[in-house]
Design a protein around this ligand. Structure first.
Ligand code: BES
Ligand code: ZN
Ligand code: ZN
Length: 469
């Protein structure tokens, strides 16, 4: 659907449905109060009533808070799909423009690539009418870029694992680089061998698809900050020889959501033309079984040189990230920030529920700044604290570190602490790890999310990067 910002006074379009937000308070004084009440419409949050004789659609909101406007816009986007109007119009102002756009684009999102007869909506256009187009143009453009980048991330995550494997993910990154003027370098298995990325290579060994390390870079002329982003790109996680039970394996195409998030972020940043140098690194690997599979009991030598005892091949993301984080820190010298995004642990969902991204790292200040950006962007995050006792649980009797903890508690944090082992001293305070295992994918709608990928990370990280001075 196309969205256009237009002056209310100049707006005159036929076959248009006018959408109005209404609070229960305002309903008491509404012109059509009696009709609305007869129809049982009491302006409850996210409820919809259409007066088609008047080409009017009412959507209830508790009050004009951002979050309420956003879910209301999402409800509208869903409700109008079957209607036979050519266009919709919604009056917006400085405060409501962003939630309306985000709610509409993200809440109306559908992934139809595998439907042989996708239903197409008749409504082709959304007009956002306002009093001062000039004053709202920047907010309008920013909200569209961020929402579309989130949908771009969702599309990749939602793509089936046989269509989106390491080779196709690398192709897609190259295409993004061409379209958005980014630098792109892809390491194949031969190059990864040369780089001694043995931990990452072991995870992908039983796959018929070659592992790839993808590096995209956005380098504006007057960059004020330099940021490295790393994404876990398990295009499928069967668990490997520590095979997942059948029901846990379903949805594991989403194990590439960290990778897809960093692609979406660099897309947004380059389109917003932010004055921040951004590097996106992706470890694209498929974790499979077979005669060539890596095994529990194997000892791997990581790129850093530390040896890793494998006790569970399903804790594979951290092995891939260990090498990609090490590579990223060599390629991006003296970064201001280093962030990784990963669907790393089921334990993160146990700790925080499936809606919240787990944030781990050493810098309280940085965690605070991210939390602020997330609140502003409308994503849920929460901090999970490191401690030295949990770190001891990764001790190995035969190697430098073990890939799983020896105790069944605190699994999200011990995974974060495993990654911490591969963060160089000079970067400790600059690094945060985001566990998006719960927040990246959903099988039932919530907030502005529909079934499937949510695009977790794109909005809060873009917001954070926009806030850098
Ligand atoms: N990709 C999974 C984590 C995951 C689980 C993401 C559910 C999204 C939903 C990860 O590779 C994994 O399997 N982790 C194990 C670690 C364990 C073996 C220590 C887990 O969480 O069970
Ligand atoms: Zn796994
Ligand atoms: Zn995984």
């Amino acid at each position: 659907m196309k969205i256009e910002l237009i002056d209310t006074k100049k707006f005159d379009v036929k076959e248009n449905l006018t959408v109005k937000f209404i609070t229960p308070e305002r309903l008491k004084k509404a012109k059509f109060k009696k009709t609305l009440q007869k129809a049982g419409f009491s302006a409850e949050q996210d409820t919809i009533y259409g007066m088609h004789g008047k080409s009017l659609l009412f959507c209830g909101i508790e009050n004009h808070d951002t979050q309420n406007l956003k879910t209301a816009a999402a409800a509208i986007a869903k409700a109008v799909k079957g209607l036979a109007y050519k266009s919709l119009s919604i009056e917006v102002n400085e405060k409501s423009i962003r939630p309306v756009i985000e709610g509409f684009i993200l809440g109306g999102y559908e992934f139809n690539n595998y439907k042989s007869k996708p239903k197409s909506s008749k409504v082709k256009k959304l007009y956002l009418t306002c009093e001062d187009v000039k004053a709202l143009t920047q907010a309008f453009e920013e909200a569209v870029v961020v929402s579309e980048a989130t949908c771009y991330t969702r599309d990749i995550v939602n793509t089936a694992p046989d269509d989106m494997h390491p080779e196709t993910l690398a192709k897609l990154a190259k295409k993004l680089a061409r379209n958005n003027n980014l630098k792109c370098n892809v390491l194949n298995e031969k190059a990864l061998k040369k780089e001694r990325c043995e931990a990452m290579l072991a995870v992908g060994r039983a796959s018929r698809h070659g592992s790839k390390l993808i590096h995209l870079a956005y380098k504006p002329k007057n960059a004020k900050k330099r940021v490295a982003l790393v994404g876990k790109g398990l295009t499928y996680d069967s668990g490997g020889l520590s095979l997942k039970p059948a029901t846990s394996m379903v949805t594991m195409k989403m194990d590439k959501a960290g990778a897809c998030a960093v692609l979406g972020i660099i897309k947004a940043v380059s389109e917003l033309k932010l004055d921040v140098e951004v590097h996106a690194f992706v470890g694209a690997v498929e974790n499979m079984i077979g005669g060539d599979a890596y095994k529990p009991d194997d000892v791997l030598v990581s790129r850093k040189g530390d040896t890793i005892e494998v006790r569970n091949t399903d804790a594979e993301g951290r092995l891939v990230l260990a090498d990609v984080l090490d590579y990223a820190q060599d390629k991006v010298k003296n970064p201001d920030y280093l962030f990784d995004f990963a669907t790393l642990t089921g334990a993160c969902m146990v700790a925080l529920g499936q809606y919240t991204t787990g944030v781990m790292g050493h810098s309280n200040r940085l965690r605070h700044d991210i939390s602020k950006a997330a609140s502003k962007a409308g994503e849920l995050t929460a901090s999970l604290p490191f401690n030295k006792h949990l770190k001891k649980q990764l001790k190995s009797e035969i190697a430098d570190i073990c890939n799983i903890s020896n105790k069944p508690y605190g699994g999200a944090i011990t995974a974060g602490l495993f990654l911490d082992n591969f963060i160089k001293d000079e970067n400790k305070e600059k690094w945060l790890h985001f566990d998006i295992a719960g927040s990246a994918y959903t099988e039932s709608p919530w907030d502005v999310n529909v079934h499937g990928a949510t695009g977790a990370g794109v909005r809060f990280m873009t917001q954070f990067l926009q806030s850098l001075k």
